[in-house]
Ligand binder design. Structure first.
Ligand SMILES: [Mn+2]
Length: 353
């Protein structure tokens, strides 16, 4: 397999040594984990289990639970190795981290992406390894660091790291489905961020037995009906397209509740308006506790990342980013949020022209 230039021999040797000598490992990924976050965490967990039997304990530490759409990749024995701060409270996870002698951080570029776990991660004296594909990692925290945005996903990068650690393309079978799941979701089923090396990695995973048909069925043919009912409502009467080509959808809690929406049900909604010719940028705003969560997607030539950084306290990738609009005790109306986003996107486009 072609190895990404961000996977350096010295870094692999250092990571290999850390894995050999570690006894208790914590795997940490971002809050509201997606397919890439869970897929990479699970592949890392299973790899450590199969290749480093001297590791006594290895756990995946999540801020919030995984969406039900991803649960299909978990085996029973994985579930006992996952701790969720939103379920257990941050304290037991902090205690676990305090006893770790190695932390592996996946699919996020800064500890501020992992919610309640952030301070435990920052305060830990254990070596921290980063494997990630977002821009601008908080580099001084991590050693070694495997970071590039020239790849589809953390799962693709991790596949390369696992091969390099072993000195062969012999990825354990039990890692293949999680890795393929993450590559599939982060590329929007191979519609974007696909590099030549991405397909080579996927080819290897398929040769090793990854079950692509089952993964696709679970990801894309198993949604609850309410997702499509809400999608219809939003596309019909909840979609605003500005003159500049910004498509904006705002989902308030009242509407979510009326449709019985759960976490993960609106995954990918932000991509839909990009199918419209004159749309250059798509913004999906969803009300949550104390904030509207913002998802952003753009077409080449328009930077979703720049918009997220400037107006939504966020960031991510050039064409796919996220952020938030926090609010105080008085909850803004759907229309107020819409007006605000229209103002921001107009200003953003004006500054560019
Ligand atoms: Mn990712």
């Amino acid at each position: 397999m072609v190895r990404s230039t961000c996977i350096k021999d010295a870094a692999i040797a250092a990571f290999g040594k850390q894995l050999e000598s570690a006894r208790r490992i914590g795997i940490i990924t971002h809050t509201r984990p997606d397919g890439d976050a869970i897929g990479s965490s699970l592949a890392m967990l299973r790899f450590i289990r199969s290749r480093y039997p001297r590791v006594e304990e290895c756990r995946i530490l999540l801020d919030t639970s995984l969406p039900s759409s991803i649960e299909f990749i978990l085996h029973e024995e994985d579930c006992t190795s996952i701790m969720v701060a939103a379920v257990l409270g941050a304290e037991p996870i902090g205690e676990y981290i305090a006893g770790c002698d190695l932390l592996v951080v996946l699919d996020m570029n800064t500890p501020s992406r992992c919610g309640e776990i952030e301070s435990s991660l920052r305060n830990s004296k254990a070596p921290k390894v980063l494997i990630d594909h977002h821009m601008n990692p908080e580099a001084e925290l991590f050693d070694p660091m495997f970071s590039t945005n020239e790849l589809s996903s953390t799962c693709e990068l991790l596949a390369g790291v696992l091969c390099a650690l072993q000195g062969s393309d012999d990825i354990p079978f039990e890692c293949c489905d999680p890795l393929l799941t993450g590559i599939t979701t982060d590329t929007n089923n191979f519609a974007n961020s696909v590099f030549p090396a991405t397909l080579e990695t996927v080819s290897l995973l398929l040769k090793r037995g990854a079950r692509r048909d089952e993964i696709l069925y679970s990801l894309y043919n198993s949604y609850p009906e309410r997702r499509f009912r809400l999608m219809g409502r939003l596309l019909d009467s909840g979609l605003t397209i500005t003159e500049n080509g910004a498509a904006i959808m705002v989902l308030d809690s009242e509407t979510s509740e009326a449709f019985g929406i759960e976490e993960g049900d609106t995954e990918g909604f932000v991509n839909i308006p990009l199918g419209i010719g004159r749309v250059r940028l798509s913004v999906f705003a969803k009300q949550d506790a104390g904030e509207y969560r913002i998802s952003l997607r753009s077409k080449p030539g328009c930077s979703a990342n720049a918009l997220a950084v400037k107006y939504f306290q966020g960031g991510g990738h050039e064409l796919a980013s996220g952020g938030k609009i926090p609010f105080g005790p008085s909850v803004p109306t759907k229309d107020e949020i819409l007006s605000l986003i229209i103002r921001y996107t107009d200003e953003f486009f004006q500054a560019q022209s």
